[in-house]
Design a protein around this ligand. Structure first.
Ligand code: 5RP
Length: 236
């Protein structure tokens, strides 16, 4: 079974999970290739939900294409659940997110939700976070000072560059990747994150940081994880 099939399988499991929620509520929807599988699987059942709130421009576009209603988070009081992927998840449900650059809106929508339902394949499960470089979204003019502060954590800090040309943002691969919020991303490689809650709080305090892609306060409550033998559901 290849990775795309594993993503599709867990996307379908997440669809079944959220369809257990009472009808007529609003759902938080994440970003990335696994979240895309979830959106596609849920599309035929979209009328179960009164609407969605989206964690990125890419997700909004996909939801609208399927005919979902997408609401402004400011018009929503709370969400029963937020469904999203992760780059890494530890046994307690702490995650590294932001591989796709949507960490800030993801964290905002996650904070509005009663339950974070994390969906991934088993390659994302790790005993200790840090093998995946930790993304930090920053205000561009603070790149120098924030980089110097982050280097004190012991990892190697690099500015994320645009992978693909984004005509809408006039981005080319040699230029910084620009987030939906106009921020830049610093990736910290080589960390061993023994205490995710403490590191999240510490990085949050650096002036110029918008969001750190450590989801310890907003950790996963339910993990749906796929492997060759099926999808496992873990309550964390
Ligand atoms: C985007 C994210 C994604 O959830 C994370 O990168 C996982 O993506 P994928 O499902 O494509 O592996 O945090 O900012």
């Amino acid at each position: 079974m290849n990775q795309d099939q594993l993503k599709q399988m867990v996307g379908e499991a997440a669809r079944d999970e959220v369809l257990k929620l009472p009808a007529g509520q609003i759902l938080g929807v994440g970003t990335g290739s696994t979240a895309n599988c979830f959106i596609d699987a849920l599309a035929p059942y979209k009328s179960h939900f009164a609407g969605t709130v989206s964690s990125s421009n890419a997700t909004t576009e996909r939801l609208l294409k399927h005919g979902f209603k997408v609401l402004d988070p400011n018009d929503v009081q709370g969400l029963p659940a937020y469904v999203d992927g992760a780059d890494e998840i530890d046994p307690a449900g702490h995650m590294i997110k932001g591989g796709g650059g949507a960490l800030t809106r993801e964290k905002i929508i996650a904070s509005m939700a009663k339950q974070f339902i994390c969906i991934c394949d088993s390659s994302k499960q790790v005993p200790v976070l840090g093998n995946f470089a930790l993304p930090v979204e920053i205000i561009p003019l603070a790149k120098g000072v924030v980089s110097r502060e982050l280097e004190k954590l012991g990892g190697k800090v690099s500015l994320r560059l645009a992978k693909n040309t984004r005509a809408d943002l006039h981005q080319t691969p040699s230029e910084p990747f620009v987030t939906d919020n106009g921020g830049w991303i610093l990736d910290i490689a080589g960390l061993q994150i023994a205490n995710p809650l403490q590191m999240e709080a510490q990085i949050n305090q650096i002036a110029g940081v918008i969001t750190v892609g450590l989801f310890a306060k907003e950790k996963a409550n339910i993990l749906l994880v796929s492997n060759a033998s099926g999808v496992e559901r873990l309550a964390l």
